[in-house]
Design a protein around this ligand. Sequence first.
Ligand code: C5P
Length: 305
Amino acid sequence: MSGGRVVVRAPAKVNLTLAVLGKRPDGYHELDTVMLALELADRLEARLTERPGVRLEVHGPAAEGVPVDGSNLVLRAAGGLLAEHRPTAGLEFVLEKHIPAGGGLGGGSSDAAAAVLATCLLLGLEADAPQRRAALAELGSDCAFFLAARASGLARCTGRGEVVEPWRGLAFPWPLVLVAPTFGCATARVYQAQRGPRGEFAPLTPSELSQLSRAELEARLGNDLLDAALASHPPLADFRALLEEAAPGRFQLSGSGSSWFALASDVPAARALAERVASVAEARRYALRGPWITRASGAGVVREA
Ligand code: C5P
């Protein structure tokens, strides 16, 4: 199809396991991580217009602080495609933000992948072309996941995160409780504080995912970036202490932080866990973002209407 309007859902992600295998000559870190896309999602509406150029409007509950200038990945992702394939046309995007920024939840990367999918749909281009994947990986290491794993929402990602092996046909039945402090973590600062190869958390396997109980699975999760996130963002230690008081050993850091997640057996258990976190935060007069209760989405970026 070309012409018209499309709406794409851009899900958040968490890293179920994240192993850092070492620093590469290009300065990035070699990763082995299993990523899961969530129902918590941004919504990107795109229109093809006759007025040349790419324009972006951002609103929604998590819009604060999201750039609308050329640094926004939506503009960068779509701008390149438009310049190459339809330089005389224009694109207008309206981004409804729900995913907290700076949370290690891949919001900006997912928006970039959504912009690529929307632009491809509007211009009649193949979204899965290798040059599309390469261009997305240039914008951010975890952008490729949201496009490549769009039929599963679950993948093992290696390289600097951009080499995606989607895992299809696996259910992830556990609701997640997600919570973040009011500040975000700067990904580059976290990686700078990373010391030595760790590789402590071997990637989860598809058979573990389908066989482990909720508690076994939770015990199997882990993130090599935890110490580096705490060292580079000292206030994160207070937030971690709060979560440990509310639910000892349950919460995991997602990506480079600052959000954490836990798995629950069912929605009532997720609600009870979220309430425990909220009441400990209230007793400590600690301001939170969330908690949110969400599920695995089973999809990456996907057309909505
Ligand atoms: O690729 P992305 O823009 O998300 O990365 C942000 C920063 O995080 C990079 O500039 C780099 O310093 C660091 N990083 C890294 N190794 C990775 C991914 C990111 O060192 N695999």
